[in-house]
Design a protein around this ligand. Structure first.
Ligand SMILES: NCc1[nH]cc(CCC(=O)O)c1CC(=O)O
Ligand SMILES: [Mg+2]
Length: 331
């Protein structure tokens, strides 16, 4: 009798073909999972490749609109805008951030006008506007919390006025989510959402992004407000606090070195969890791919599905367009 020959339970039966593998896949990526970060700068008819982010560009607003059309064409439904602020418009209080005719506000209005169905998020942080490159007002070498929250709150209202669907505070000041929720509600923007960068770590993986916006801190580092990479319990606390203060979505950032944090946060909040697959993670893969050391497309998809497996509901990633193209061709 050959019946019962060892092994009679064979996992490989469910891996035998593309059809069965796709059928039993526990997690699936789709373009609607992605938030595409976009960089906008002043000027006309210009796009500049970010040196440490190959194939990624900063656009003047006219060309950004064409790029948004391309994102839409591959199925992307959401983007988050970052504005590059000219040096002469930077000061310690981030004054330019509140200018209703500022680049960010103009970009939101133009994108929402041409693509009303696109979910437009805005970065709320002072560093691109700060002469010190910090996410808050500086006094005697320290980053002030409550004074900065006042500015950040006004920034959120200004972006809501411009038409942002969600604001995304990336500053890590205490109490800013509650303050923004209250101000938005009081000023008639109770429909404007908040995606909180809740567990944002003091990470060296942000280097290329700071190149893109010319926003590196002018002195010191961001360790008095961004989190210590050693901590995970604290991430749960920060995410739960932001949920209580009214965040609609909480975020973990960066992504790859913090897969466990995504899982921990996911299990401890009831709002959706997003992850930011940051600029340094993009740069690492692009650099290895350029050298022919890694297969860019395969590693990209493997990484992105890894975020979903870890517990992320949505993913902000510079690979949004490339990954969406691949996913589209698969269907
Ligand atoms: N507060 C600004 C901000 N918003 C997003 C990033 C990083 C994004 C990336 O690296 O892709 C940063 C940089 C920082 O905190 O220094
Ligand atoms: Mg916090």
């Amino acid at each position: 009798m050959t019946h019962g020959q060892f092994p009679y339970i064979r996992g490989r039966r469910l891996r035998a073909s593309g059809a069965i593998r796709d059928m039993v896949a526990e997690h699936n990526l789709k373009p609607a999972d992605f938030i595409a970060p976009v960089f906008v700068m002043e000027g006309e008819n210009e796009k500049v490749e970010i040196p440490s982010m190959p194939d990624y560009y900063r656009y003047t607003l006219d060309l950004l609109l064409e790029e948004v059309q391309e994102l839409k064409n591959v199925g992307i439904r959401s983007l988050v805008i970052f504005a590059k602020v000219p040096k002469n418009k930077k000061d310690n209080k981030g004054t330019e951030a509140l200018n209703s005719e500022g680049l960010m506000q103009r970009a939101v209005r133009a994108i929402k006008e041409q693509f009303p169905e696109m979910l437009v998020m805005t970065d709320i942080a002072m560093d691109p506007y700060s002469s010190y490159g910090h996410d808050g007002i500086v006094e005697d070498g320290k980053i002030l919390n409550d004074e900065s929250v006042e500015v950040l709150t006004k920034m959120a209202v200004s972006h809501a006025e411009a038409g942002a669907d969600m604001v995304a505070p990336s500053d890590m000041m205490d109490g800013r989510i509650g303050s923004m929720r209250q101000a938005l509600d009081e000023q008639g923007f109770n429909h404007t959402g908040i995606m909180a960068y809740s567990a944002k770590y003091a990470s060296a993986y942000y280097g290329p992004f700071r190149d893109a916006l010319d926003s590196a801190p002018g002195f010191g580092d961001k360790k008095t407000y961004q989190m210590d990479p050693a901590n995970v319990q604290e991430a749960i606390k920060e995410a739960q606090l932001d949920e209580q203060e009214g965040a609609d979505i909480v975020m973990v950032k960066p992504g790859l070195p913090y897969m466990d944090v995504i899982r921990a946060v996911k299990e401890n909040v009831s709002v959706p969890v997003s992850v930011y697959n940051v600029s340094g993670e993009y740069a690492m893969l692009k650099a290895a791919a350029e050298k022919g050391w890694l297969d860019e497309e395969q590693v990209m998809v493997e990484t992105l599905v890894g975020f979903k497996r870890a517990g992320a509901d949505l993913i902000a990633t510079y690979f949004a367009k490339a990954a969406s193209k691949i996913l589209k061709n698969k269907l």
